[in-house]
Design a binder for this molecule. Structure first.
Ligand SMILES: Cc1cc2nc3c(=O)[nH]c(=O)nc-3n(C[C@H](O)[C@H](O)[C@H](O)COP(=O)(O)OP(=O)(O)OC[C@H]3O[C@@H](n4cnc5c(N)ncnc54)[C@H](O)[C@@H]3O)c2cc1C
Ligand SMILES: NC(=O)c1ccc[n+]([C@@H]2O[C@H](COP(=O)([O-])OP(=O)(O)OC[C@H]3O[C@@H](n4cnc5c(N)ncnc54)[C@H](O)[C@@H]3O)[C@@H](O)[C@H]2O)c1
Length: 493
């Protein structure tokens, strides 16, 4: 039986990051992957969907600016776009593979081994690997579970991955459908509504069980996204509930019931179900192990499960499903096992981008979360029209919104940026949040010009009462208020 210091099950972002960090400690590590290296970080997930999004944006630009450039209307070839996306995926897998294949060079021993097969933890220190024609059993001092998540399904939704898809099966599509209904208007649903509507070949219908799209995001953010989706012909179903969905003559028929009791039936070519993801641990653990599991998934205390040498990282822990969080947890678990973690595992400064139209970047709390936490906070919101980079881009749609503590310190609680280059604005604020630091730090820091991040600097100056643009003059572009637990009060007269 081969022996390793660590056995990592799952070769997605969390597992890969854990394995690579173990090598830094000079530990022997086996990385087991049952399907495709990279997991949802690459395939049918982050990289794949972002490549679709990037190309769809270019398509949209060509369509929008076509007249000015004398291009006229353009048909985009589904096959060619799909081919380009496949190349992006291959490129990334090739990089990881090359890196993995050469990782032992110069280490003075074979520390790393990649094993293709399905892993199953049979005892506290043993893992069985099957399905690759060479079943084997490994012994490991520590085991890290990183088997990710899969799309959530419900019995009344007829998912067949041919007519009604999840994101996992969407690459089976062979053409831009004439119409598609997307059930679940969260991150995946709205990203694909953006992608399909950007190409302009598909009529998109969008449904959520919440009373609006992106129900977990602030209303001002959602308003901009809704407006742009609807401008591209997306039908957002409101005040209604999906009561039936079926496949009929190779098309999707669905019935909505409105709040007034009326019902309406719709027929579209395809369906996409994006109602969340669930952790994947089916048949992963022998019952005798006693790893504690609750209705959300495997229970962990800062990545350690109830069995002391078994750790769980990434989507399997059912907290936050993001590549950066998976990597953070994977690295943290290994540092905790073999040394002292360099940083505590904190989630309050996790940053995200939602790839919509325009992009939405977020770090820390939004207003919904701050209110749920019962906080009083100061809020400043600054429209893109005040930022000269946005003027230069000829696109001033969007805003920056910063939340800070309602005291003299004004420590940053969170930020949302909606607009072009939104993601460029996140890093500095993420750092300040992790340090429990104040917006004042940014107000005095010299920023590059012209840049979107100058808008964050201006937010700081507004809160400190020394902005370039006076809120009382630009009332439509600047809001500066305090939420006192019950209502907003203007901070500038
Ligand atoms: C459509 C879509 C778009 C997304 N976009 C973004 C984005 O833009 N940004 C972002 O940060 N996140 C995004 N995510 C989320 C992100 O992809 C996941 O949070 C991340 O991939 C989780 O990493 P993981 O390693 O925990 O799991 P996964 O990536 O799911 O990897 C788990 C791996 O484990 C393997 N596995 C499972 N069981 C076994 C077993 N028994 N033995 C061996 N191997 C096993 C699986 O085959 C898989 O390769 C997106 C997800 C989806 C679905
Ligand atoms: N850009 C990114 O970072 C990115 C992109 C895609 C996915 N992801 C990750 O993947 C995860 C999964 O994405 P997702 O969009 O599936 O989940 P989600 O939690 O973002 O959204 C699910 C949506 O489905 C709705 N819903 C739930 N049950 C429903 C039902 N029965 N009928 C109608 N609507 C229903 C919810 O109200 C919610 O709005 C996300 O939480 C995110 O962490 C991240």
């Amino acid at each position: 039986m081969k022996k390793f210091d660590v056995c990592v099950i799952g070769g997605g972002p969390a597992g890969y990051a854990a394995a690579m960090r173990a090598i830094d400690f000079g530990k022997s590590v086996a990385l087991i992957e049952k399907d495709k290296l990279g997991g949802a970080g690459i395939h049918q997930g982050a990289l794949w969907s972002k490549t679709w999004w990037e190309i769809s944006r270019e398509a949209r630009m060509i369509n929008v600016h076509g007249n000015a450039l004398n291009v006229g209307s353009t048909e985009f070839s589904y096959e060619k776009v799909k081919g380009e996306v496949a190349q992006a995926v291959d490129q990334r897998v090739n990089l990881l593979t090359h890196h993995m294949q050469n990782i032992n060079l110069g280490l003075g021993g074979d520390l790393f081994e990649y094993i293709h097969g399905t892993g199953r933890v049979t005892s506290k220190n043993t893992v069985e690997v099957s399905g690759n024609g060479q079943d084997q059993c490994l012994e490991a001092q520590y085991i890290i579970l990183a088997t990710g998540s899969v799309p959530r399904k419900l019995p009344h939704l007829p998912i067949d991955e041919e007519i009604v898809f999840t994101s996992d099966g969407l690459s089976n599509l062979t053409h831009f459908p004439k119409s598609i209904v997307i059930v679940g208007a969260g991150v995946i649903g709205c990203e694909f509504a953006t992608i399909f509507s950007n190409f302009g070949h598909t009529k998109v219908h969008l449904i959520d069980k919440g009373d609006r799209i992106l129900p977990f995001e602030d209303e001002d953010v959602v308003k901009v996204i809704e407006k742009n989706l609807e401008a591209k012909g997306v039908l957002i179903h409101r005040n209604s509930k999906l009561i039936e969905m079926r496949v009929e003559e190779e098309e999707v028929v669905y019935i909505l019931e409105y709040t007034d009791g009326n019902k309406e039936s719709f027929r579209v070519e395809k369906g996409l179900i994006s109602i969340g993801r669930v952790p994947q641990y089916d048949k992963l653990l022998d019952d005798s192990l006693g790893v504690e599991i609750d209705d959300r998934g495997i229970k962990d205390d800062l990545t350690q499960t109830s069995v002391s040498n078994i750790y769980a990282v990434g989507d399997i822990t059912a907290d936050i499903s993001l590549v950066n969080v998976g990597e953070l947890e994977g690295r943290y678990a290994v540092e905790r096992i073999f040394g002292k973690p360099e940083q505590p595992l904190i989630y309050k400064n996790i940053s995200t981008i939602m790839f919509l139209d325009p992009e939405v970047a977020g770090v820390g709390m939004n207003e919904i979360q701050a209110k749920q936490a019962g906080l009083q906070y100061k809020m400043v919101s600054l429209n893109y029209e005040t930022i000269s980079r946005a003027t230069a881009m000829r696109n001033t749609q969007g805003f920056i919104k910063v939340l800070v503590t309602n005291d003299d310190e004004m420590n940053i609680l969170g930020m949302r940026v909606v607009g072009e280059h939104a993601s460029s604005a996140i890093q500095a604020v993420a750092l300040l949040i992790s340090q429990d630091n104040s917006i004042k730090e940014l107000a005095e820091l010299i920023h590059p010009h012209p840049s979107i991040i100058e808008g964050i600097q201006e937010c700081g100056r507004i809160l400190m009462g020394k902005p370039l643009f006076k809120p009382r003059v630009l009332r439509n572009a600047i809001r500066c208020q305090v939420w006192d637990g019950n209502e907003y009060q203007d901070l500038v007269e």
